[in-house]
Design a protein around this ligand. Structure first.
Ligand SMILES: [Zn+2]
Length: 424
């Protein structure tokens, strides 16, 4: 019989599964780790002992001690469940050791470079923001700037971990090739095809990887059990442009060419308005901030400003005018909603994800877009395919991309740690 037994379970993948479980769920009892990973109690005990020896996992406070403490603090310690808790044998929880390793997350958006230090648990320990005219930088200047900023940042926070950062993960606004580590095109940069990860890897060593910001946000959501209900999902980022991160079978899907999923450049209408990518009729050319601002200029007189990158103030001004009764402007947002609805219908027909998150700074006008979005979706969708998914408007959190970049770096680090152990 070829039935696989627990003792056949390859040790490394199981150890990675335990690390990932703890990173996503926080402190957990061995029994819960076993239920979630499908490993037997004996295997969990043995593997976690290994991980503790390696300084990656530590025992945390017990669940019961926590419950009792809270109860006593409230003066209601003897009420209901706490009775049993105080009598029961304390349940030891395991947790990741925060400073077992650290990684660097970098986010490049128009005129802003952000750097963060993530601990082994995936939490941001420190971060810094740098206003830099990114569009003025050519390839060499961008690389030199990043090296200088990362160097200073690492030096400033070198006391956090005994070892240097084990990875750098870069989130870039625009189209990236995650396989080759090249920025193909970004609205933040005037130059195309920048081989970024190679240069940083040569300078810093370790794993340097890059993804577009939407893929990083997808990673962050996939690691948040309050948001992600399991299964495939997509996150659509509304903002200057329209991005998408796609998680299929538990992993961010980059496609064979490393450039998926460019939802914003799928087409709504042949020969439609000009998109920033140089083609016409893309979804982004209707929904992106620059497209809405451009169309608004045809409706109302707006002061000259940097239309390359509409500011939040400019966009909020348009939203306020639309809400204040300018129906022509409100129509722009409604139309953007309709176009998005058609795009989502295509996405559902192709992939049938379980959840679709809509977020990004451009979701500021989601309430105005939503009715037409739902109407567009309903008009475009094949009736037989109308089984979902759940469409979730997620309030914009600008740290999500950095959080996801850090998450991606740690995923790779886990794999590398145990692959290296195998090779020895
Ligand atoms: Zn386009």
């Amino acid at each position: 019989m070829n039935r696989r037994t627990d003792s056949d379970t390859p040790r490394q993948p199981s150890q990675i599964a335990i690390l990932r479980y703890l990173r996503i769920h926080g402190p957990a009892a061995r029994i819960d780790i076993g239920s979630a990973t499908g490993l037997s109690p004996a295997t969990v005990t043995s593997l976690t002992a290994d991980l503790m020896t390696q300084g990656l996992v530590q025992e945390s406070q017990s669940a019961n001690a926590q419950a009792t403490g809270t109860g006593n603090g409230n003066g209601n310690g003897n009420a209901n469940g706490n009775h049993g808790a105080t009598r029961g044998r304390p349940k030891v929880l395991l947790d990741l050791v925060p400073n077992a390793a650290c990684v660097i997350g970098v986010k490049i958006t128009i005129n802003l470079i952000e750097i963060a230090l993530g601990n082994f648990k995936g939490e941001i320990e420190h971060s810094s923001e740098h206003s830099i005219n990114t569009r003025d930088l050519d390839e060499a200047e961008l690389i030199a700037t990043l090296i200088k900023l990362i160097d200073r940042f690492i030096d400033k926070h070198k006391n956090f971990s005994a070892r240097p950062p084990v990875g750098i993960s870069i989130a870039v606004q625009g189209v990236c090739d995650s396989n080759s580590g090249e920025i193909i095109w970004s609205p933040a940069l005037r130059q195309r095809n920048i081989a970024l990860t190679k240069a940083l890897s040569e300078r810093f060593g370790g794993i340097v990887q890059m993804s577009n910001d939407a893929n990083c946000i997808a990673t962050a959501i996939s690691q948040n059990t309050n948001l992600h209900r399991g299964g495939d999902f997509a996150v659509i980022m509304l903002g200057y442009g329209i991005g998408m991160g796609l998680v299929l079978n538990g992993s961010v899907y980059n496609g064979d060419f490393g450039t998926a999923a460019e939802f914003g450049h799928t087409k709504y209408q042949p020969d439609g308005p000009l998109c920033n990518c140089g083609r016409r009729g893309c979804l982004e050319a209707y929904i992106g901030d620059y497209a809405i601002l451009r169309d608004a200029r045809g409706i109302i007189d707006l002061p000259d400003a940097n239309s390359l990158h509409p500011s939040e103030e400019q966009m909020m001004d348009l939203v306020a005018r639309a809400r204040g009764g300018n129906e022509d402007l409100a129509d722009l947002f409604r139309h953007a909603g309709k176009v998005l609805g058609y795009g989502i219908a295509n996405l559902i027909a192709l992939l049938g994800p379980k959840q679709i998150f809509i977020t990004g700074s451009g979701a500021r006008a989601y309430d105005m877009m939503e009715p037409e979005l739902m109407r567009g979706l309903s008009l475009a969708q094949v009736p037989e395919l109308r089984r979902g998914p759940e469409i979730v408007h997620l309030a914009w959190d600008k740290d999500l991309a950095l959080q996801g970049a850090i998450g991606q770096s740690l995923l790779r680090h886990d794999e590398n740690m145990f692959q290296a152990a195998v090779a020895v």
